[in-house]
Design a protein around this ligand. Sequence first.
Ligand SMILES: NC(=O)c1ccc[n+]([C@@H]2O[C@H](COP(=O)([O-])OP(=O)(O)OC[C@H]3O[C@@H](n4cnc5c(N)ncnc54)[C@H](OP(=O)(O)O)[C@@H]3O)[C@@H](O)[C@H]2O)c1
Length: 303
Amino acid sequence: MKLLITGGSGLIGSRIIELLHQDFEIVSGDRTSHQNREIKNIFLDITDKNRVSEVFIQENPDIVLHLAAIADLELCEKDHNLATKINVEGTRSLVIESKSHNSHFIFMSTGFVFKGDRGNYKEEDKPEPQNFYAETKYQAEEIVKNGGCKYSIIRINYPYRANYPLKNDCVRWMIPKLQNKEEITVVKDQFLKPIFIDKIAEGIRLIIKNKKQGVFHFADTSYVNWVDLARGVAEVFGLDKSLVKGITYSKYIEKTKRTKAPLDVSLNTEKTAKELGLKMLSLKQGLEEIKKQTKEKNSELKL
Ligand SMILES: NC(=O)c1ccc[n+]([C@@H]2O[C@H](COP(=O)([O-])OP(=O)(O)OC[C@H]3O[C@@H](n4cnc5c(N)ncnc54)[C@H](OP(=O)(O)O)[C@@H]3O)[C@@H](O)[C@H]2O)c1
């Protein structure tokens, strides 16, 4: 079975390729060259409709796993045109081609589509995006849902993994700071259920194997604030928990002037457990796994 992946060089995509390349014939469409991988790499800029069309004719994929996006909140706020071109229009071109080639379209979305004032969101809850990144992902979801192809939408928040020097995630940035005995100040009134990326790969495998369509929420079982998360990281990695200090979200925004993210977009995963049989990990289990994988590899983190 042939799987065309976009965003295969990113935080999530590169790990999915590592974990799924033995199960599927993977073709990765990227703007930058990654000839060192064991899969087929082709050039693809998803904003170029003609190239998207050419790639579908050439590859005729059974599955399209669409991860490419601008996932940077600040950049999306700063450049609405670029965010729309990539996150919305890029998705549209891929959906159109997936329909005409009868490919199953799997789209990676975000819990940020929700308002974020209560958490525990279910798949059928009404989206109410609060920033431009979320708006583009919501518009892309609508294109996927109404595009006439077989589709699955996976929503996640705060993905983390081991060994990816190109981009930090909600866990890895803390480790060197705590190792250097630096204090870290994190938000105490924003709540999250992060997701261990290896579980996303497992969920994708189940979606494909069982031909499951619709929307699915993936998240760890643990519901935490950033202080709990940072102290959990310190505990698992044998670092000093007292270096973790809490701040309110409003103070944090006042200090950093960053784009506001919702306070609680945690996702309910009951449907995913029932329909896919995907068993999620607790945060502690995910962190233990990161520690193990970091030790096994020549990682950017030194433990
Ligand atoms: N990270 C998160 O916190 C998070 C949370 C929820 C959902 N998601 C979603 O998960 C997906 C993957 O996120 P990520 O964190 O892995 O992203 P990432 O590390 O920022 O990677 C983004 C990927 O998109 C590719 N890309 C961007 N513009 C492109 C274009 N015009 N044509 C082709 N490829 C293009 C990039 O390729 P180049 O290297 O060539 O630029 C890169 O491979 C995204 O859809 C994101 O919205 C992420």
